[in-house]
Design a protein around this ligand. Structure first.
Ligand SMILES: Nc1ncnc2c1ncn2[C@@H]1O[C@H](COP(=O)(O)OP(=O)(O)O)[C@@H](O)[C@H]1O
Ligand SMILES: [Mg+2]
Length: 335
C-alpha cells in the first residue's frame, strides 16, 4: 500500500518533468536519467517525512508512558507512609489508649469507693434511727426519761441524714460540672455576719466567740455567686466551731488586695497534723471519724468548699498547728 501510494504520488511529477524536458528537445537518455534521479529524490523525501512523523508519534507515546510512571512513583510515598512513621503512629496510639484505660480504671475505682462511702454513711444514721424507734415500740415509750432521750437521738440522726443527702446532692452537681455560677456584686463582710447569725446557737453551745478582726467593719465588695460563697463561709465557720475548744474563738479577717478580697477564718481549736493537711479536701476524709460523726459531720464540707472556690478560679489554703489552731483562707475577685 505504501509503495503504491508513494509510487503513484512520485511518478506523476516525474512524468510531468519528462514531458517538459522532451519539449525542450534534450536527449531521451538524459531526460530519463534526470526523471529517475528526481523520482528517487522525491521518494527519499517522502520516506524521510514518513519516518519523521512516525518518530514523533512514538516519542509522544513514550513520553506519555514515562509521565504516567513518574506520577505513579511520585504518589507512592504519600499513600503508603514509610515504616518508621507507621511505627511512630502505632506507638503514639498505644500510649494514648494506655492513658485512656488508666483513666477509666481510676474512674471506676473512684465510683466504687464513692458508692461504698455513700452507702456506709447512709446506713449508720438509718440503723441508728431504726434501733431507737424499735426500742421505743418494744416498751421504752412508757419510760418518759428513755423516751425523750431516744427521740432526741433519733432526731439527731435524722438531721445528719438530711445534711448528708444535701451535701451529696451538692457534691454530685459540683463534680459533674452541672454548676452554673450566678455571679453578682455583694459585700462579703455582710455575708459573714449572716453566717455568724445562722451559727449563733451552735457557737453558744460550745461557748465559742465569733468575731471579726480589726478593719473588717467596712464593705468588701466581691463579684461571685452569693449562695455558693455563703456555703463556703458557713462550712469553714461551722468546722471552726466543731473542731474548736470549749470557750475558744473564731476570728474572721477580710483584707483588701489589688483586684481581690482575701478572707481568713482562724480558730484556736484542736489543730491538724501537717502531713494530713493535703487530704482534708478529699471526699469523706476526716481526721477523727467519730468526732466528726458526733458533731454531725459528713466529711464532705471541705470538698464542697474546694469545688466552689475552684469554680470561681480560686483555691482554699490551710495552715494548722496541733493544739494551737487552724486557719483557712481564700481570695475572691472584686469584679
Ligand atoms: N478548723 C478545723 N480544725 C481542726 N480540724 C478540722 C477543721 N476543719 C476541718 N477539720 C478536719 O477536716 C475534716 C474534714 O472536714 P469536712 O470536710 O468539713 O468534714 P466534716 O463533715 O467532718 O466537718 C474534719 O473531719 C476534721 O477532721
Ligand atoms: Mg465540715
Amino acid at each position: 500500500m505504501f509503495n503504491k501510494v508513494t509510487c503513484g504520488v512520485s511518478l506523476l511529477p516525474a512524468c510531468i518533468l519528462f514531458f517538459i524536458l522532451n519539449y525542450f528537445n534534450t536527449s531521451f537518455i538524459v531526460n530519463i536519467s534526470i526523471c529517475i534521479g528526481f523520482y528517487l529524490l522525491f521518494l527519499f523525501l517522502i520516506v524521510w517525512l514518513l519516518l519523521f512523523w512516525m518518530k514523533n508519534v512514538v516519542d509522544k507515546k513514550v513520553k506519555n508512558i514515562l509521565l504516567s510512571l513518574q506520577e505513579l512513583t511520585d504518589e507512592t510515598p504519600s499513600n503508603i507512609p514509610p515504616l518508621d512513621a507507621l511505627n511512630d503512629q502505632i506507638t503514639t496510639w498505644t500510649s494514648k489508649k494506655k492513658v485512656e484505660i488508666e483513666q477509666l480504671k481510676r474512674l471506676e475505682s473512684y465510683r466504687k469507693e464513692f458508692l461504698e462511702n455513700v452507702s456506709h454513711e447512709l446506713k449508720t444514721p438509718i440503723f441508728n434511727i431504726q434501733g431507737y424507734l424499735h426500742t421505743l415500740l418494744d416498751g421504752a415509750l412508757d419510760e418518759s426519761e428513755v423516751r425523750e432521750k431516744f427521740v432526741r437521738k433519733a432526731t439527731k440522726n435524722a438531721d445528719r441524714l438530711s445534711t448528708l443527702v444535701d451535701d451529696l446532692l451538692i457534691i454530685s452537681s459540683l463534680e459533674t460540672k452541672n454548676l452554673t455560677l450566678e455571679k453578682e456584686e455583694f459585700n462579703i463582710a455582710e455575708l459573714i455576719k449572716e453566717a455568724f447569725e445562722a451559727l449563733e446557737i451552735k457557737s453558744k453551745e460550745k461557748n465559742i466567740g465569733l468575731e471579726f478582726k480589726k478593719g473588717c467593719d467596712k464593705s468588701f465588695i466581691v463579684n461571685a455567686d452569693k449562695d455558693r460563697i455563703k456555703q463556703v463561709v458557713y462550712n469553714l465557720i461551722d468546722n471552726s466551731i466543731k473542731y474548736g475548744k470549749e470557750g475558744g474563738k473564731t476570728s474572721i479577717g477580710c483584707y483588701d488586695m489589688e483586684n481581690a478580697v482575701s478572707v481568713e477564718i482562724s480558730d484556736n481549736g484542736i489543730g491538724i497534723e501537717e502531713e494530713l493537711l493535703p487530704r482534708l479536701f478529699e471526699r469523706f476524709y476526716r481526721v477523727d471519724k467519730s468526732r466528726s460523726r458526733e458533731a454531725g459531720g459528713t466529711g464532705l464540707g471541705l470538698s464542697i468548699v474546694k469545688h466552689i472556690l475552684e469554680a470561681h478560679q480560686s483555691q482554699v489554703n490551710v495552715t494548722s498547728s496541733i493544739g494551737i489552731g487552724t486557719t483557712f483562707s481564700f481570695n475572691l475577685q472584686k469584679n
